[in-house]
Design a protein around this ligand. Sequence first.
Ligand code: AKG
Ligand code: FE2
Length: 302
Amino acid sequence: MLIELADKLIRLRTRLSPAMMGGQPRLVRETYDRYDRLRGYKKYLEFCRSRLDRPLPQENTDLHEKGLEIVRIFTPEEARDVMQKAYSLSTGFTSRRNAGNRLYFEIKDERFYLQVLERIFSDEIDARIVRYFGSEYVPFWYVMQESRPGSRPSNSFLWHCDRGPQRWLKILLYFTPTRDTGGATVVLDKEESELVAKAGYTFCKTRDRTSDIRDLENRIGHPLHIMTPELDAGEGILFEPSQIMHRGLIPDKAPRVIMQVQILPSPIHWRKALQRLQQAVMPERDELAFPTHASRLKKILA
Ligand SMILES: O=C(O)CCC(=O)C(=O)O
Ligand SMILES: [Fe+2]
């Protein structure tokens, strides 16, 4: 209730202010404010940083410099086995609110996900994530999803940045090679993503999202360079979803299967953090959302 009221105030304040606020486009500033200030993510990150109990990795990688990197998690053979396991464990496929062009696997067996997460957070990737946050982290939610050919793009299959705090990460781990399905994730680099934000598109209403890059080019008066990372089964994109402009491409040849993981900062190691989350009541995880307030997460993990 209080959050909703404060949120209205933020929107009102930003609506009355100029298109750019402190060098940041209004909608971008408004969105980050909502999460970082109102929902407590900035303070929470500082808290997590103060609890870091290991040396901070120093090596800069593409994730830090470009906001995105391609990572290899499984060999193609392993990826195929994991995908088959997922199909055999799944008791059904659901389409949730805003799911648009995807069906979610229903896998109750948490050990399945834990095994995949163990592979995702290898020493190398773990170091990059800790370096990125300056703290430990937790996979807050994770889900396998399938997209089938034939539907019209909506939601995440239109150009967007994910609403959220300034600093958080997502991984899209591919179990089907992009070349075999035609299903992929297309992105703009950080500079071009910023141009699109400056033009006022980023964090626009979902119904105003476009699938056509030319709409965005017209707005900013610049050619944009769409990148379509070609991914093998077992490779993934680790990126800053609220900074990098992106969209899913609906496959045209065969179903695309990926696992999405939302990665948030944590005051404790992810394994322990996940155990605690699994024992806690947090509907936001099932809703594939953010904790309504970061203090809810802090209460469980600290
Ligand atoms: O499906 C994809 O490739 C992108 C997904 C995405 O952008 C999202 O869920 O926010
Ligand atoms: Fe997204």
